[in-house]
Design a protein around this ligand. Structure first.
Ligand SMILES: [Zn+2]
Length: 575
């Protein structure tokens, strides 16, 4: 047998969760041809001695729908071993879209996912109206990682109803349009349907996003379309419950509707799962109960807690204060000059420490009233990082002064970590990550680009929970981010290092692997800002048999594919 690529002498951690073993991995074309001892030399060889060889990681919760148009590499996910992403979550997609109503679709993304309309306008060449046309566009784009896409409810509703999507219930005609387009999207290869009832999902003009206007009748009809098609996963934040009489009735309806969706209609249901106490455990119990009745639910766990990053270059809690607003509107050099003026600074520090933060409305990733014991200075890629209060005590000053000093010392580059709105409980998190109906995903990669940087949760898992804390074996952790998402999202030929599977592979050093400290870069279309976060410990990443990264540097290869669902694109052996 002749191999195009042989990854030689590494420890194969194959994604199954079973023990790692020393073996060579031989690749022919875009497939793994052999895992074992290989005598022949490959056309290309990678020396993996002392390193670990894993399947490429799969991230099922991203919002890379827009970014894919200007970023061929797939940052930041690509730096963290991720070779396949699912985009179009939470109801937000760029298709379907009426060609005269693109602004409405952009409005859905603007606040809910913090995507700047100027960046989207400059970065996207709109050439589609329907969802199948969008998938064909994605298929053609040069890309270094693989993408699968959901169809989003808010886009679907806006396409069918125009401006009424933001205010009205769907008429029977609206519903017929939506179910017809959903069916067409699934036939073309959409991996699932996504929606949201979350209060955090609102438009830039303070209105709920369209999916929140949907009643159960509408969602039930769309789920019926998925059930009739026979493939696809339903992703959503809660279900419509506005018709409930009271809280007890809400709970009853939530259960009945979850059961109807998953058991009666047989549609798998996935949701973000926050490891709060007791909320996280309650959700695990629901997944088990649904499973015992014959349905399927999958929780999307996050292994770090969703943190918003603050900085003087992006956003600060003080931005909401009257005393700070004029100064924050100045160019950076001017702001620094004011902050170096002792009397001006004293007033600003006083406002920061004692100001009126009531303007914060509690929506999404907006900065909020500073919690000085919670905000940490981003010094290391893995915890621990010191809190502002800890540094303030050590320096005998106020936490606001610490923040200003660090910002001035770094030309405003210093990042601060605002703690999650939904604090994780350690014991709950461990139960969540160990539970058989969860997947470690939920990076939101591609959204909140200047505020949240969770594309690194995969390397956080390997560096922190495996190496530094010893909570999981490397094999267990790799399974959570390879085979587990592959099985849940129906990627039949990914997530395992095994003969016949897609040749998406990482070669990494488990003694080193970790996220780096993020930094702010200004390379988005129209000069927009984003957080860049790389990782250490990756030797090589292979996508579809081609080497895409060596020592964390792109090779220029763009082998990424669009992955369509199993009915639209059945695996080769059943075609
Ligand atoms: Zn999301």
């Amino acid at each position: 047998m002749s191999f195009d690529l042989v990854i030689r002498g590494g420890t194969v951690v194959d994604g199954s969760g079973l023990g790692g073993y020393r073996a060579d991995v031989g690749i022919v074309g875009d497939r793994i041809a052999l895992v074992g001892r290989i005598k022949e030399r490959g056309a290309r060889e990678i020396d993996a001695d002392g390193l670990v060889v894993t399947p490429g990681f799969i991230d099922a919760h991203t919002h890379m729908d827009a970014q894919i148009f200007w970023d061929r590499q797939g940052a930041n996910s690509c730096w963290h071993g991720v070779t396949t992403v699912v985009m179009g979550n939470c109801g937000f997609t760029l298709a379907p879209v009426q060609s005269d109503a693109r602004a409405l679709v952009v409005r859905n993304l603007e606040r809910a996912e913090d995507m700047d309309p100027a960046v989207l306008a400059a970065g996207i060449e709109w050439s589609w109206e329907t969802f199948p046309e969008y998938l064909d566009t994605i298929d053609q784009l040069p890309k270094a990682i693989n993408y699968a896409s959901n169809i989003g409810h808010s886009a679907l509703r806006t396409w069918a109803m125009g401006d009424r999507a933001f205010t009205d219930a769907a008429t029977p005609d609206d519903l017929a349009l939506m179910t017809g387009q959903l069916d067409a999207a699934l036939r073309a290869g959409a991996i699932g349907f996504t929606t949201s009832q979350s209060q955090h999902h609102e438009t830039s003009d303070d209105r709920p996003v369209p999916s929140r206007l949907a009643d159960w009748r509408e969602v039930r009809a769309l789920a019926q379309t998925m059930s009739d098609f026979g493939a696809g996963i339903y992703e959503g934040v809660d279900l419509p419950l506005d018709d409930a009489a009271d809280d007890a009735d809400r709970e009853r309806l939530r259960w009945e509707r979850t059961r109807e969706l998953t058991v009666d209609l047989g549609v798998p249901f996935t949701e973000g799962l926050l490891a709060t106490n007791p909320g996280g455990l309650d959700r695990l119990a629901i997944y088990d109960r649904i499973a015992s009745e014959g349905g399927r639910m999958i929780g999307q766990a996050h292994c770090r807690g969703i943190n918003v990053l603050l900085s003087f270059l992006t956003r600060l809690p003080f931005d909401a204060l009257d005393e700070w607003q004029d100064i924050r509107a100045l160019p950076h050099a001017e702001q620094q000059r004011v902050l170096r003026d002792p009397s001006a600074r004293e007033k600003l520090v006083d406002a920061a420490m004692r100001g009126d933060y009531t303007k914060w409305r509690g929506i999404g990733a907006m900065p909020r009233k500073p919690d000085w014991d919670g905000i940490r200075v981003y010094e290391r890629g893995l915890p621990p990082n010191p809190t502002l209060n800890e540094l303030a005590v050590a320096r005998n000053t106020t936490p606001a002064d610490v923040m200003i000093d660090l910002a001035l010392d770094t030309d405003f580059e210093q990042l601060f970590i605002q703690p999650s709105l939904y604090p994780q409980d350690h014991d709950v998190l461990m139960k969540v990550l160990r539970h058989p109906r969860t997947v470690m995903t939920f990076s939101d990669s591609g959204a909140h680009m200047s505020q949240i940087c969770d594309s690194s949760i995969h390397t956080h898992l390997l560096g922190y929970w495996v190496r530094e804390q010893g909570e999981f074996t490397l094999e267990e952790a790799v399974r959570m981010i390879t085979l587990a998402p592959a099985l849940a999202w129906g990627f039949a030929d990914r997530g395992l290092l095994r003969e016949g599977m897609a040749a998406d592979v990482n070669v990494l050093d488990p003694d080193v692997v970790a996220p780096s400290v993020p930094r702010i870069v200004r390379d988005l279309p129209a000069g927009g800002k984003r957080l860049e976060q790389r990782a250490v410990g990756f030797h090589t990443t292979v996508v579809g048999g081609e080497v895409t990264l060596v020592d964390a540097e792109p090779t220029g290869a763009l082998p990424g594919a669009l992955i369509r669902n199993r009915i639209a694109a059945p695996p080769a052996d059943v075609r």
